[in-house]
Write a protein that binds this ligand. Structure first.
Ligand code: ADP
Ligand code: GN1
Ligand code: MG
Length: 373
């Protein structure tokens, strides 16, 4: 018998889903900042075992679980058909929802909403880039994901978080948090506030390009950090894009930029020693190559030209989002130590400064690959 980390969750939640076999283990799992994730192992009557992911959805962030799960069901069934047509394995290459015993695709017990997925075996989510090859493979997969959803009817998707990557509105939220300063923390972070205020114009780059229709609105993932993709342990290739809560209409630059800010950094997202944090241009290069290959010629010249801006704007936005949460008393992202959101914000701002220094090189790299894209 393994560990049942939480008997109450076992009895009141897990037992309400259509799992096979008897639960032998239930343990907290993964390093997401938003949902509460558990891995469940079940022993099967005929021998062997089957695993599941059980997640408490964050209902203070995602206000409408019904719409959220409708998006997840629709997107995964759309992907499932394409994966089958391409001869792939739909149980491993996309998420698969396990229904509750009442037949619904999630469980609402009045206070909390929970869902269950098949646990994807033989694959790993990495919190940092171990080899450039892995990062390249993740780029191909995120590019592919976008290509596969290119003919998805975007207007049918619910906007699960309004203005999610609207950097202009993120800037306004940040300014408001500084003005309100509800925890009295603004005085400690004057340097960071100044850094952000000086870059207000950057908040407009992608928003303006979308608004003026210089770049198209597409179905995008919007949260393409490395630990939202499962890498196959055997082949090393990107196997399955997970964390579909924020799949919404957006810009390809959001997906490109978010992967760079997380994966092309030489340090962890929460590294307290900023001397360890910079942009690794070799990783920037390899991601650009892989993402363009994955997108398979579907991006416009203008989108590709804006890749360096995408990386910078999304990193800047993330720096503002972490600092906003720090100023507001750490209510959004899970934190594991005091000042965690501040450390996270500082790495993002350090990356922005480093991108500014390496701008010409980033542009040259993008130019090199844009010729064959
Ligand atoms: P969050 O929104 O909190 O980031 P995720 O959906 O990304 O939640 O899940 C958190 C972690 O749980 C992932 O980074 C991954 O390690 C793991 N995980 C999620 N879904 C699966 C799955 N179907 N199979 C295996 N691991 C998973
Ligand atoms: C959150 O859910 P997770 O941990 O994959 C956040 C992203 C941020 C990221 C920063 C819904 O992602 O937008 O970029 O943390 N997700 C949501 O690590 O806000
Ligand atoms: Mg995640």
């Amino acid at each position: 018998m393994g560990t049942i980390a939480d008997k109450k969750i076992m009895d009141t939640v897990a037992s309400k889903f259509q799992m096979e076999g008897e639960v032998t283990e239930l343990v907290p799992f993964g390093n997401g900042h938003i949902n509460d994730t558990f891995r469940i192992t079940c022993g099967l009557p005929a021998g062997g075992e089957k695993k599941y992911i059980l997640q408490k959805m964050n209902n203070s962030i995602f206000k409408n679980p019904e719409e959220l799960m409708e998006n997840v069901m629709n997107v995964t069934s759309f992907l499932r058909k394409k994966i089958i047509a391409a001869g792939g394995d739909p149980d491993r290459e996309t998420l698969n929802v396990i229904p509750a015993k009442d037949g619904r695709n999630y469980l609402n017990n009045g206070e909390e909403c929970w869902r269950m997925y098949i646990f994807i075996e033989g694959a790993t989510c990495y919190d940092e880039v171990k080899t450039p090859e892995d990062f390249y493979n993740s780029a191909v997969s995120f590019g592919n994901f976008q290509r596969m959803l290119a003919d998805y009817p975007a207007e049918t998707l619910h906007e699960t978080i309004k203005n999610f990557h609207n950097t202009v509105s993120r800037f306004a939220d940040f300014k408001k948090a500084v003005e309100e300063d509800v925890c009295g923390r603004a005085k400690e972070v004057q340097e960071e506030i100044k850094f952000i205020m000086e870059r207000e114009a950057d908040a407009h780059i992608i928003c303006d390009a979308l608004e003026e229709k210089r770049i198209p609105l597409r179905v995008t993932h919007n949260d393409t950090k490395l630990n939202n993709i499962m890498i196959d342990d055997k082949t090393g290739k990107g196997l399955c894009v997970i964390d579909l809560d924020t799949v919404m209409p957006g810009s390809a630059l959001y997906d490109f930029g978010d992967s760079i800010r997380f994966g092309a950094s030489t340090g962890a997202e929460d590294e307290p020693d900023l001397s360890l944090v910079s942009v690794n241009l070799e990783l920037f290069d390899i991601y650009t190559k892989g993402f363009l290959e994955g997108c398979g010629g579907s991006l416009t010249e203008e989108e590709i030209k804006l890749f360096p801006a995408g990386a910078k704007v999304i990193t800047f936005e993330q720096g503002m989002r972490f600092l906003t949460d720090y100023l507001q008393g750490d209510t959004y992202y899970k934190i594991h130590r005091p000042g965690h959101n501040l450390d996270r914000s500082r790495t993002q701002l350090k990356l922005v400064a480093d991108m500014e220094k390496k701008w010409d090189e980033m542009e040259k790299i993008v130019e090199k690959y844009s010729k064959n894209a």
